[in-house]
Design a protein around this ligand. Sequence first.
Ligand code: AMP
Length: 114
Amino acid sequence: MSQTLFERIVAREIPATIVFEDDRIVAFRDINPKAPTHVLIVPRKPIPRLADAQPQDHAMLGHLLLKAAEIARQLGLDATGYRLVINNGPDAGESVPHLHCHLLGGRPMAWPPG
Ligand code: AMP
C-alpha cells in the first residue's frame, strides 16, 4: 500500500514545521491552520484512524495525549486553553487516513463544533 501523507512527513520526505518528536510521535504545524496555533500530533506507526487502534497501541495513545498537553504548555496555551480533536471517518471530516490529533488554541472556540 502507498504511504499516507503523514507517513511521508514522518519520514521527512515532505517538509513540515516539526515542533516536537520522539520515538513514538511527531508533532508539526497544520498547513492550513484553523486557529492561531494548530498542530497535528501523529504516531509514527501508521494507524489509519482511532477506530483501528488496537490494545497494543494503549501506551502510545496515552503518551500522545500526555505529550499534547506538554506541547500545548510549551506553545503558551495553558492559561487561555486549547482543544484536542480527533476526526474519525467521513462524518467527522477525516481527510488523511493516518491517526492524528489536532491541537488548536489561541482563540475562543464555539461548542458544539460545526
Ligand atoms: P483531518 O481533516 O482531521 O483528516 O485533518 C487533516 C489535516 O491535515 C488538515 O487540517 C489539513 O490542513 C492538514 N494537512 C494536509 N496536508 C498537510 C501538510 N502537507 N502539512 C501539514 N498539514 C497538512
